[in-house]
Design a protein around this ligand. Structure first.
Ligand code: COA
Length: 176
């Protein structure tokens, strides 16, 4: 997996501790959505996890986690963040743990652009499929991923009992 990814408008580079304010701004801009996605939805807690590489799925070795800050390729202005875990949960799977754009940059094709670039970079292998976990109440993202071809359901999880504050996830996959 390359250190950086570059598309027409985006430079995805490894995040550092110095990026914590930018990362907090991206999570903070999505605050209303975060509440729907998980019990932990404090932008500062999530930002620390992201910049320190502590946002690993359980049992995934840390060497395979890549946390990127997505920046404007010309101005280097932060646009969003992307987390990718290689070889999780199996050797031939790459897992998008998180993809968040700041609301100011949503709906302009940037999400699609970075995903298509990522697929291109991953295609030589070893990953044969790309997976993503999506909150079931995140209907905009569900539409986004399905449009990108993530149509194979590989898992579902969620709170056993319904409640207004419950959480549930679906895991979607596409072939590379
Ligand atoms: C989801 C997200 C990454 C998509 O990136 P984006 O740049 O906004 O999406 P794009 O402009 O590339 O849109 C690609 C397609 O997804 C669909 N889509 C994107 N945002 C949508 C929205 N708010 N409502 C409905 N459809 C949407 C569109 O149909 C679009 O296809 P079209 O151009 O043919 O109409 C981005 O909106 C985001 O960061 N959202 C908040 C965080 C989030 O939900 N992340 C995903 C967690 S799994």
């Amino acid at each position: 997996m390359a250190e950086t990814l570059r598309s027409a408008r985006i430079l995805a580079r490894p995040v550092t501790n110095a990026d914590i304010r930018a990362v907090a701004g991206i999570y903070g801009g999505n605050r209303d959505l975060l509440v729907l996605l998980d019990r932990e939805h404090d932008p500062l807690v999530l930002s620390r996890r992201f910049t320190q590489g502590l946002n690993l799925p359980q049992s995934a070795p840390s060497a395979r986690l890549h946390n990127f800050l997505l920046c404007d390729v010309r101005t280097e202005q932060p646009l969003g963040l992307l987390s990718l875990c290689m070889g999780y949960p199996a050797g031939d799977v790459a897992y998008i743990g998180e993809l968040f754009l700041h609301p100011s940059f949503q709906g302009a094709g940037l999400g699609r652009e970075i995903c298509l670039r990522l697929e291109q970079v991953l295609r030589p292998g070893p990953a044969k499929t790309l997976r993503v976990g999506v909150g079931l109440r995140n209907w905009n993202a569900l539409r986004f991923w399905v449009k990108l071809g993530f149509t194979h359901v590989t898992g579902m999880s969620g709170d056993r009992h319904f409640s207004p504050h419950g959480h549930a996830f679906i895991e979607l996959e596409k072939n590379l």
